[in-house]
Design a protein around this ligand. Structure first.
Ligand SMILES: O=C(O)COP(=O)(O)O
Ligand SMILES: [Mg+2]
Length: 226
């Protein structure tokens, strides 16, 4: 039997130019165990990915702020505290940076994502003055979020709902927001493009980057199961 998977999306299932790698559509529909998409993106994104893969919608969004499994949604974190930080950041000249429609934050329930082009030093300075709020850099956004909210904690919730031991999961990821997943899952891999935090936390850093790295992990797990 192949193991259940906890998969990060950006940097892990994507190409270097942020597209979903087409091999996701070949490999994941047929994966014969639960697959949990664990992302910093807002709730609709991983739901849509699972839906269009024909897979059960078992997802972790907003870095663990939202978890969904077996028809149950769990929401944790304090969006008002995150927005207060971002408003203070704006008052001092900072910009969220996603343009007028801001689809990045439109469906976000528990935190605020700020563009990677934003003034990081100013954002961190403003956030440091507020208790229980932190800034997490995924390489794709700065997430202003409640401390204590994490993908790893949410994986515990999802694993419980699925009646699976969290340690049975194999996790693949690329950044700081995957460290907690790596700690909860029994086995963890960072792809070659991963940041230092993810590299350090993973059981193994694979030689290939992005989806090439993830494919190499999935192939290995499949061979092991044969
Ligand atoms: O939304 C982000 O900033 C990153 O998303 P990810 O957790 O799927 O890599
Ligand atoms: Mg990522």
């Amino acid at each position: 039997m192949v193991p259940p998977l906890a998969l990060d999306i950006d940097g892990t299932l994507t190409t270097p130019d942020h597209r979903i790698d087409p091999r996701v559509f070949e490999l994941l529909p047929a994966w014969d165990a639960p697959v949990v998409f664990a992302t910093g993106k807002a709730f609709p994104y991983p739901v849509a990915l699972a839906h269009f893969l024909g897979r059960e919608e078992t997802v972790i969004a907003e870095n663990g702020g939202v978890a969904y499994a077996d028809g149950e949604t769990t929401v944790v974190g304090d969006p008002d505290a995150a927005w207060a930080v971002v408003e203070a950041f704006r008052e001092r000249g900072g910009e969220i940076g996603w343009g007028d429609g801001d689809t990045v934050n439109r469906w976000r329930e528990t935190e605020v994502a700020v563009s990677p082009d934003a003034d990081e030093a100013l954002l961190r300075e403003v956030a440091a003055a507020v208790d229980d709020v932190e800034v997490v850099d995924t390489g794709y956004a700065y997430h202003v979020k409640s401390t204590g909210v994490s993908k790893g904690r949410a994986l515990g919730v999802v694993a419980d709902a699925l009646d699976i031991d969290p340690a049975a999961f194999v996790a693949v990821g690329d950044s700081e927001n995957d460290v907690s997943t790596f700690e909860v899952a029994g086995e963890s891999y960072a792809v070659a493009n991963a940041d230092d935090a993810a590299r350090e936390a993973a059981d193994e850093v694979v030689g290939e980057g992005f989806m090439d790295g993830t494919v190499s992990v999935l192939e290995r797990l499949r061979e092991r199961a044969e």
